[in-house]
Design a binder for this molecule. Structure first.
Ligand code: ASP
Ligand code: MG
Length: 451
């Protein structure tokens, strides 16, 4: 069972999460940081770099946030005392790390990873403490000693599921046999050198899948403060409906293109398994949520869902005959990779390469590529006015007429499609429109497939 930060906000929601765990016979639990804590740590890093006087108030706020929940949910003497001590010592560790940052004025990726992972560690302690006081024996673990192994990339690690299974399975099995619920902090694991490596923002879902793979679990319940996957973002499309059943590939693509429900890599560790993933609403525990499975042969819908993403920028690289110069694309992408910039997608033609990036990387990417202007690359420009609509469904490549329906729906709204890509994934296609027209485009496509 995995609980996101959105279900760990205050005493009431933590109590709800713990009640859900206690009702289970046997479960391993993965937790995100309490809502807002990762953001607090991120801000604290920035402030600590400026001056150490900013640190004590952050520590006080962090401790208070967790202690308030502990006091509310563990009113009894000994249990509360133990939990308070665990929280205090964890916060003290955050303090030592932050003072180190202030003293250095700079921080390495390893220190950043270590600091950011503390939110999950606090949450694990909190949950285990509350479970204990509910007479559900639980143990807060360190994801590293629990055996969650990664490839060692410090800030964007990939799970090594084989090693994870070898290390983690016996450790967790020993606890489960004794009737103890292992509470594992999400979001990080151990690199090959034993250090903390982060799985990327919102990576706790991905952690949960790694744990499920290690245990050979039949199911994962991902508890959120939302109903599950929706046919579109209900904030943009009021008629959006809950998706009852979708495939691993659909869930991954919807998440990649902008659905906020799950980390896009969540289903990766589950490839080839029969583990079923249930996304459920902590505020409606008897609700059905969404189920994600390796396949869903019986489902009728052609399109599973539609995602939207405004947070993107397009870098355009112009030049004559760009499409016929061997190695050019490699040069462009390695220039970006050298500055740690991830390319979301690429569309190329004879005279232009379009790279879809995170807007936070756009200016840096532009500088990088401008420095490469030469005989072939003539001009590089940044287009920040576009947004993406991703249409996802297992049958969209197989069945005739689906693209025609997508683009006709957009055309009827007199919206111009600025770019489009299809076929890169058998279950997804996307197109770009002006940001100002995103909502109308989304509504039009949604209406077409979810009348
Ligand atoms: N707490 C981390 C984040 O906010 C990981 C997670 O929530 O899954 O990115
Ligand atoms: Mg979070």
């Amino acid at each position: 069972m995995k609980f996101g930060g959105g279900c760990l906000r205050d005493g009431r929601s933590v109590a709800q999460a713990c009640a859900i765990v206690s009702a289970q016979k046997q479960a391993a639990v993965v937790v995100s940081a309490v809502s807002g804590v990762t953001e607090m740590l991120l801000a604290a890093i920035g402030q600590a770099r400026r001056h150490e006087r900013h640190i004590p108030p952050v520590l006080a706020a962090l401790e208070e946030k967790h202690l308030a929940i502990a006091a509310e949910l563990c009113p009894s003497g000994a249990a509360q005392k133990r939990l308070r001590a665990a929280i205090a010592s964890r916060v003290a560790r955050v303090g030592r790390l932050l003072f180190g940052v202030a003293c250095h004025g700079d921080l390495t990726p390893a220190v950043r990873a270590r600091l950011l992972s503390q939110g999950e560690r606090l949450a694990a302690q909190l949950l285990a403490g509350v479970l204990d006081s509910l007479e559900t024996p639980a143990a807060a673990l360190d994801a590293r000693s629990a055996g969650l192994c990664t490839d060692g990339n410090v800030l964007a690690a990939s799970v090594d599921r084989g090693r994870t299974r070898r290390l983690m399975r016996p450790r967790l099995a020993a606890l489960l046999r004794r009737g103890v619920v292992p509470v594992i902090p999400g979001f990080y694991g151990r690199g090959p050198d034993g250090g903390v490596t982060l799985l990327g923002r919102n990576g706790s879902d991905y952690s949960a899948a790694a744990v499920a793979f290690a245990l050979g679990a039949g199911r994962i319940e991902v508890w959120k403060d939302a109903d599950g996957f929706m046919s579109a973002d209900p904030a943009r499309v009021p008629a959006a409906r809950r998706l009852e059943l979708l495939t691993f590939a659909e869930a991954a693509e919807l998440s990649y293109f902008g659905a906020k429900v799950l980390h896009p890599r969540t289903v990766e560790p589950l490839a080839g398994t029969r583990t079923r993933v249930f996304v459920r609403n902590v505020n409606d525990p008897s609700g059905a949520g969404s189920e994600i499975a390796a396949a869903c042969p019986g489902r009728a819908a052609d399109v599973a869902g539609i995602a939207a993403n405004e947070r993107l920028a397009v870098l355009r690289v112009h030049g004559a005959g760009i499409g016929s110069k061997p190695g050019l694309l490699a040069g462009v992408s390695s220039a970006l990779a050298e500055s740690g910039i991830n390319i979301h997608s690429v569309l190329t033609s004879h005279t232009c390469i379009n790279l879809l990036l995170d807007p936070a990387d756009a200016a840096r990417g532009l500088r990088q590529l401008k420095s490469r202007i030469n005989g072939v690359i003539r001009r590089v420009e940044l287009e920040e006015r576009l947004a993406l609509v991703g249409v996802v469904g297992e049958r969209i490549m197989e069945k005739e007429g689906i693209y025609a329906r997508i683009f006709s729906a957009v055309a009827r709204e007199r919206i111009n499609v600025e770019m489009a890509a299809a076929g890169a994934s058998p279950v997804a296609c996307y197109f770009l429109v002006r940001k100002a027209e995103l909502d109308r485009a989304l509504l039009a496509v949604h209406d077409e497939f979810f009348p």
